[in-house]
Design a protein around this ligand. Structure first.
Ligand SMILES: *[C@@H]1O[C@H](CO)[C@@H](O)[C@H](O)[C@H]1NC(C)=O
Ligand SMILES: *[C@@H]1O[C@H](CO)[C@@H](O)[C@H](O)[C@H]1NC(C)=O
Ligand SMILES: *[C@@H]1O[C@H](CO)[C@@H](O)[C@H](O)[C@H]1NC(C)=O
Ligand SMILES: *[C@@H]1O[C@H](CO)[C@@H](O)[C@H](O)[C@H]1NC(C)=O
Length: 964
């Protein structure tokens, strides 16, 4: 029982003390033993000292002044942990035991209530666990109040609870108690408050509650109770507060409730109650809070609601109520909050609200007599802080005396049929934090007086017919965090003053007629998370850096004259200076100077290709002539490769070039004999061109033995700094062997020309398979195998510290057996040192739609995750058969978003390539699409590693199909 901490000598001491000191009583012994069982990390019980025989001075102990015995122990929030030991049972005169808000653990000791004197037990806010023992309530003695709230108690409530006939307060809330309420619970007729909220109790609330004539408060919220609200609840004539919210109660409100003569709070929200809100609700004259939201109430709201003159909060939201709101509500002059949102109310609610209230406040209307000080207004709107009429069918105009709402904090009128203009008086809602007028028919301009609403945090005016300019005065609302003005007819420029709203996180101005360029000032908005200006007529350059590099294309699309890396359109007008490269220069310092000059967004992809081509402008045909096959065979031994000197004649058809350059050919296989024919010509001509990419042109040719290879001529070769670097990279790539990675067989180097000799993959690119004219529709199985192949190839590359940087459908090749092979990897790295990363992002990784958002320079580190993004887009492309970005009439369709929307709206299956005609397993397709979306996440850290992707795909693959 006792902790080791209590040594033998301590007991000896106790024994001696007890005998030696007549004042030493059981209280000291009990408390010291109790303390010994606890951990007291902050030494809060330091004053509990066994040598001090008077516990009445100990912290937390209160004694009876006459008997000097401890009657109260109050240790609320002492940071104590450990078990509640039996030592306390020694305190025979204890009537109040408060150990709340500590860290106490273990199960309940059933003996405590047996202490004859004990009246109050408060163990709330600890970590007590296990069931409430049957014995706990068996001998309650004189218990008045028990709180075990906020622990981890489980199991059913013991029936013995009904024995505690003296109990006034029982609080078991926030535990994990389960099972039904024992019917006998209502034998506790002296109960004043009962709180069982936030447990797992279920079944009907048993009959007999009406016997509790003294009950003030009953809280059964957040359980699983079902059935009716007890029909005799009205007999509890002392009830002030009823909370049955968030259960599964059904049926009508019991009529007996109308006799609840002192009730101030009724909370029944979040059940399945039905029927009309009864007329007698107006009889509960003391009512201050009425929450019937999220039920199935229907019909009209009774006029009698206006009888509730003390009503402060009324929430009827999310029911099926119809008709007009009774104007008698304006009699409820104490209202603070009205929420009738999400019903089917009709009528011109604002008209009567404001006219009724102005008639009520008749002697306050001289407010505007040349004196701007707001005089007190008497009227039911005076104290109103929340008015939520959203999602109904209300009509009418917003009245100009809206300034009456002097206390208003939240005004939500969204999704109704309100019309007319927004009155300038809106600016007088000085305390308003949320103003939501969205999805109505408001027209006219946004009044610049809006700047007067200085507390505004959210301004939602989207989906109306507002026109004119965005008032610059909006910047006076310095607390603004959200502005949504989308889907209106606003025109003119975006005011630069918005840049001073430093708390802004969310701006949506999409689908208006806004024009002009983006003000520089918006770059200062450091908390932005959403910035949408799509579908306007904004021109000029998007800001670069920070947040603006991460915005998705969809947020800026539909502005034909906008430029910047996000829209993949270079701002040439901003940097008009063309860059001319001397293609024949072999002087590396010149090249360097050139690369230093490259500015972001200057080179277009076609320029890069042109630059590459310019170096060999004469080459329609490149003839690789192999000479001196036997030379330098010693190097081969070092290199485990055959190093050959060969000459390259840069010839165009019949005119052999005069200046022959000697280069170096390395074949990794060591098969020198492949080229072992003097004068063998490998012809690379236009007819054999397989394709062009950001890095070069690929030709098909045959080796001497007739084996086909794909030879890639780097068109960006002028940017490669050193042979050493090039060769180092090539050797690294040459070691890679994986069935899903195209093998690099060798390379050729001269200062001005580099060739990469790759395995030839016969089936052509994935792009051709998906979008080519002659494409035969791939089956689902083939598609899946391609996806998993790409994933394995990428995972292998990542495992070898190679980031692809340039993943797209044209860089995935399919061999004769349908196996996917990733190609064109690792080259970006060679160029990355020479080129600014921004150029790489926009240009080399040119394929629109595959580029990971973070690729767009500066702040974010580029990792393998940019490949995962490209992979995600590829997955969607393979599944849907659509290009990552498609241009429709005057719209840009971004695949990733279409699919994401499809997924959100549950139309995933429609996203799958129509050519498959439903011929695919949904149980594979859906997870594959989801995986694609996750990989295509905007945030790099949200994307999985490729290795995980492979594992996931292997799991997704249905075993039955595996066998096919
Ligand atoms: C409860 O104990 C845990 C660790 O046992 C500790 O982290 C926590 O701070 C304690 N809480 C209080 C209120 O003392
Ligand atoms: C029950 O205890 C919890 C936690 O201490 C408290 O928040 C709640 O107000 C109590 N209920 C009643 C009716 O006093
Ligand atoms: C406006 O009214 C307030 C309160 O009645 C008064 O103190 C103030 O002097 C008035 N100001 C003017 C300019 O009349
Ligand atoms: C707003 O619409 C109303 C009709 O609903 C029309 O009478 C009024 O002229 C319109 N106002 C403006 C500024 O377009």
């Amino acid at each position: 029982m006792f902790k080791d901490a209590i040594s033998l000598s301590f007991f000896l001491f106790l024994a001696v003390s007890v005998t030696a000191d007549p004042t030493f009583n059981d209280d000291v012994l009990g408390l010291i033993v109790f303390k010994a069982g606890l951990d007291d990390p902050f030494s809060k019980l330091a004053s509990w000292n066994a040598e001090d025989t008077d516990p009445c001075n100990w912290v937390g102990c209160i004694c009876d002044p006459v008997t000097n015995r401890v009657t109260e122990l109050r240790l609320d929030a002492f940071s104590l942990s450990g078990h509640i030991g039996r030592g306390l049972l020694r305190l025979q005169f204890l009537h109040t035991l408060i150990l709340s808000n500590n860290n106490l653990t273990g199960t309940l000791n059933p003996e405590f209530p047996h202490l004859a004197s004990l009246q109050v037990i408060d163990f709330s806010g600890n970590h007590l666990s296990g069931r409430i023992p049957d014995g706990f309530f068996e001998q309650c003695g004189s218990l008045r109040s028990v709180s075990l709230a906020n622990n981890k108690l489980t199991g059913a409530l013991p029936v013995s609870v009904s024995y505690c006939s003296t109990l006034n307060h029982l609080n078991l809330s926030s535990n994990q108690l389960s099972g039904r309420l024992p019917r006998d619970i209502w034998f506790l007729i002296t109960l004043k408050s009962l709180d069982f909220s936030d447990n797992l109790l279920q079944g009907q609330i048993p009959d007999g509650l009406g016997a509790l004539y003294d009950l003030h408060l009953i809280n059964l919220s957040s359980n699983w109770f079902s059935g009716d609200v007890p029909s005799d609840i009205g007999r509890c004539s002392s009830l002030k507060s009823i909370d049955f919210s968030d259960n599964y109660l059904s049926g009508n409100l019991p009529e007996s409730m109308k006799t609840l003569g002192s009730c101030s709070s009724i909370r029944l929200q979040g059940n399945s109650l039905t029927g009309e809100i009864p007329d007698w609700i107006g009889d509960i004259a003391t009512l201050e809070t009425l929450d019937l939201s999220a039920n199935n109430f229907s019909g009209n709201v009774p006029f009698s609601l206006g009888n509730l003159e003390f009503l402060k909060q009324v929430n009827l939201s999310t029911n099926m109520l119809t008709g007009e709101l009774p104007h008698t509500i304006s009699n409820c002059s104490n209202l603070i909050s009205i929420d009738v949102s999400k019903n089917s109310f009709t009528g011109d609610v604002l008209k009567w609200i404001f006219s009724e209230s102005s008639s009520l406040s008749r002697f306050t209307l001289h407010k505007r007599s040349g004196n701007d000080t707001i005089l007190p207004i008497v009227g039911f709107l005076q104290g109103l802080r929340v008015l939520d009429l959203s999602s109904n069918a209300f009509s009418g105009e917003l009245p100009s005396n809206i300034w009456i709402l002097t206390s208003l904090v939240q005004l939500n009128l969204s999704t109704n049929s309100l019309f007319g203009s927004i009155p300038t008086a809106i600016g007088e809602l000085k305390l308003a934090e949320i103003l939501d007028l969205s999805s109505n028919l408001f027209n006219g301009t946004i009044p610049s007086a809006i700047g007067g609403a200085v507390s505004l945090k959210e301004l939602n005016l989207q989906r109306n017919r507002l026109s004119g300019q965005i008032p610059a005065h909006v910047s006076n609302c310095s607390a603004l965090n959200t502005i949504d003005l989308s889907e209106n007819e606003l025109s003119g420029g975006i005011p630069g003053s918005i840049g001073s709203l430093s708390n802004l996180e969310y701006i949506d101005l999409s689908r208006n007629n806004l024009s002009g360029s983006l003000p520089k000032e918006i770059e200062k908005l450091s908390h932005l998370t959403t910035f949408n200006i799509s579908h306007n007529k904004i021109t000029g350059e998007l800001p670069a850096g920070g947040f603006f590099n991460t915005i998705p294309l969809s947020a800026v699309t539909g502005n034909p004259s906008l430029c910047g890396s996000v829209v993949n359109r270079s701002c040439l007008s901003v940097h008009p200076k063309p860059i001319v490269l001397n293609p024949n220069s072999s002087n590396p310092t010149n090249d360097h100077a050139f690369s230093g000059q490259i500015r972001k967004n200057v080179l277009s992809i076609s320029a890069l290709i042109a630059i590459g081509a310019a170096a060999f402008i004469a080459i329609g045909v490149v003839v690789v002539t192999l000479l001196n096959v036997h030379a330098k065979s010693t190097v081969a031994r070092h290199d485990t490769a055959a190093t050959l000197a060969l000459s390259i004649g840069e010839t165009f058809s019949c005119s052999p070039s005069k200046d022959q350059e000697f280069g170096k050919l390395v074949m990794f296989s060591g098969e020198a004999d492949v080229f072992d024919t003097t004068g063998a010509d490998a012809l690379l001509n236009k007819d054999c061109e397989l394709g062009r990419g950001g890095f070069g042109v690929v030709y098909k040719t045959n080796l001497q033995d007739g084996r086909p290879v794909a030879v890639k001529k780097l068109t960006v070769s002028g940017l490669i700094k050193s042979q050493e670097e090039f060769e180092r990279e090539m050797r690294k790539l040459g070691k890679l062997r994986h069935m899903n990675v195209v093998e690099l067989k060798g390379y050729y180097w001269t200062q001005s020309l580099q060739l990469l000799i790759n395995d030839f993959v016969s089936g052509g690119s994935l792009y051709r398979h998906l979008h080519g004219d002659e494409s035969v529709c791939l089956t689902w199985r083939q598609r899946f195998s391609i996806i998993i192949g790409i994933a394995r190839g990428l995972a292998y590359l990542h495992g070898n510290n190679i980031t692809h940087y340039n993943l797209k459908a044209t860089n995935v090749l399919i061999n004769a057996t349908g196996e996917a092979k990733v190609s064109d990897f690792g080259l970006a790295r060679l160029l990355a040192s020479a080129l600014d990363r921004c150029v790489l992002s926009g240009k080399v990784q040119s394929a629109l739609g595959y580029t990971a958002p973070e690729f767009a320079c500066r702040t974010v580190k580029i990792t393998d995750k940019c490949d995962v993004y490209g992979f995600g887009i590829l997955v969607l492309e393979v599944v849907t058969g659509k290009r990552p970005v498609e241009y429709a009439e005057d719209d840009v369709v971004v695949l990733c978003e279409t699919v994401r929307e499809g997924l959100e709206e549950g139309r995933v299956e429609e996203c799958v390539d129509g050519r498959l005609r439903g011929n695919f397993p949904t149980e594979e397709a859906i997870p594959v699409i989801k995986l694609g979306l996750v990989c295509g996440s905007q945030v790099p850290s949200n994307r999985p590693e490729m290795e995980e992707v492979v594992k996931i795909l292997e799991l997704i693959q249905c075993p039955s199909h595996d066998l096919e």
